[in-house]
Ligand binder design. Structure first.
Ligand SMILES: Cc1cc2nc3c(=O)[nH]c(=O)nc-3n(C[C@H](O)[C@H](O)[C@H](O)COP(=O)(O)OP(=O)(O)OC[C@H]3O[C@@H](n4cnc5c(N)ncnc54)[C@H](O)[C@@H]3O)c2cc1C
Length: 441
């Protein structure tokens, strides 16, 4: 067995791992990053087949006032395009709403709908704050909707919207998410996407680091003074380690921790789970949908699966729609071919656009079947608390800590959370460490 010694071992070359490694490397520590895949970036990955730029994982910065992520984006000189619908907010967005019969809502109808939602969101905030542990978001929503003084049809439209928002934000059926699971979904400022690909961020963070690709970690052994990480027949030793693999990998048991993860880390891990959330990109020879809108949303039964379409044409000038398969829909289509997915999506689109033409290409992601993510991001099972996120990052024995999107309470499931958790891990090791050195040195 070969053995190498470092100051710090970082497991995982996603945004959390790269951030921690870059900050520590910049502060003079000997750092190695062990990454299972043959690429860096983790859930930030861009496909460039045929010269087309397609972000298969994260797309959005959810608010440009969201420092430090947007500061990093600007610091690294990344080009952005404004696209303010990633967080599924109904307010003030150029969105075309279609009713259950496929008729576009009038401006007055949209205003009434958005007002209903605003009222329900207010009521939900209070209902969730006073809910007992174990209440699901669906149960809290049902309670509020039962007391909403509106005609049945309008109540149903709001119910659908809450279900769809839960799916698009957390990739999970509304009854499977804890009532607090959407506590932090507000965006701050405009949202942006990346015409040159989000993976530029990972590449910039990785510059100059010692990263070992195709190093699948299977064991993490720690005592009070050092950590040993096992990769096949190799051992890597260090005085401290940061493990940034997704919750899905931690829960799968494919990495053996010796001794086992203690409380409160283990308990928090049991109350979080990986979601089902896949992206579907459809490229067309020409546009057949509404001009001047960012999103198209479908109400009623026909929109149970394919309820939201995002017009990405403004990114590259090529007519492109993005839709999501989330929660039960994502589970159901796992075994489908791309053609079957395209047929199902187009059947729904044709109920609003009878002249819709077939796409010339389709890209469908498969995050749930990826052994190094096992889903797209973590969500809170009923009974969890928001503190479970931070608890997951509780330092273990002074030599080991977890980081990654799921370990950050304020805005989990995002690139921001990954970045900030990487910074916290580095600061736990090196003391006060200025996050702006990520892009300024
Ligand atoms: C489809 C999708 C859409 C999303 N949309 C957005 C969005 O628009 N905006 C946003 O802010 N966020 C979005 N996210 C979430 C965002 O991508 C993640 O929160 C963030 O990238 C997670 O970074 P991380 O470093 O915590 O984890 P990861 O990126 O998963 O990094 C962990 C790394 O660990 C590696 N690893 C796993 N197992 C092992 C092992 N055994 N040994 C060694 N290495 C291992 C993995 O390969 C990976 O590289 C989206 C995610 C997905 C999947």
């Amino acid at each position: 067995m070969s053995m190498s010694e470092y100051d710090v071992i970082v497991v995982g070359a996603g945004i959390a791992g790269l951030t921690a490694a870059r900050l520590l490397h910049g502060a003079g520590w000997r750092v190695v990053v062990l990454e299972a895949r043959d690429r860096i970036g983790g859930r930030v990955v861009t496909e460039r087949a045929g010269g087309r730029v397609t972000d298969l994982g994260a797309s959005w910065v959810h608010g440009i006032d969201d420092a430090p992520l947007y500061d990093a984006v600007r610091g690294f000189g990344m080009r952005t395009v404004e696209f303010s619908v990633g967080s599924y907010q109904p307010y003030s967005r150029p969105t075309a709403y279609y009713d259950p019969e496929g008729r576009r809502l009038s401006d007055a109808e949209v205003t009434a709908f958005v007002d209903d939602l605003a009222r329900v969101d207010e009521m939900l905030t209070d209902a969730i704050a006073s809910s007992v542990s174990g209440t699901s978001y669906g149960q809290a929503a049902d309670t509020v909707l039962a007391s909403l003084d509106r005609p049945v049809e309008r109540v149903e439209r709001v119910r659908e919207f809450l279900r769809h928002r839960t799916e698009e934000q957390y990739g999970v059926w509304i009854d499977d998410l804890d009532a607090h699971g959407l506590d932090d979904d507000e965006t701050i400022g405009d949202e942006v996407v990346f015409p040159d690909g989000y993976d530029v961020l990972a590449a910039r963070l990785a510059a100059g680091l010692d990263i070992r690709l195709e190093h699948v970690v299977t064991g993490v052994t720690s005592d009070t003074s050092r950590v040993t990480i096992t990769v096949g027949d190799k051992e890597f030793r260090a005085s401290t380690a940061v493990v940034t693999v997704p919750v899905g990998v931690l829960r799968s048991g494919t990495i053996t921790f010796t001794p086992p993860l203690p409380e409160p880390v283990a308990g928090a891990l049991n109350r979080l789970a990986m979601n089902n959330f896949e992206k579907i990109f459809l490229r067309f020879p020409r546009k057949f949908w509404d001009d001047g809108v960012y999103a198209i949303r479908r109400q009623g039964e026909a929109g149970v699966w394919w309820h939201s379409f995002y017009d990405l044409t403004r990114l590259h000038g090529e007519p492109t729609l993005l839709t999501f398969a989330a929660g039960p829909c994502a589970q159901a289509i796992r075994a489908w071919s791309d053609d079957e997915v395209a047929t199902s999506v187009m059947a729904s689109l044709r109920e609003i656009y009878s002249d819709a033409i077939d796409p010339e290409s389709i890209v469908v992601t498969h995050w749930h079947d990826d052994p190094f993510s096992r889903g797209s991001y973590a969500y809170m099972l009923p009974g969890s608390t928001t503190a479970d996120h931070d608890d997951l990052a509780t330092p273990i024995g002074g030599v080991l800590q977890l980081a990654g999107e799921a370990t950050w309470t304020d805005d989990p499931a995002t690139v921001t959370a990954a970045l900030l958790s990487g910074h916290r891990a580095a600061a736990n090791i090196a003391g006060d460490i200025d996050i702006t050195t990520l892009w300024s040195r």
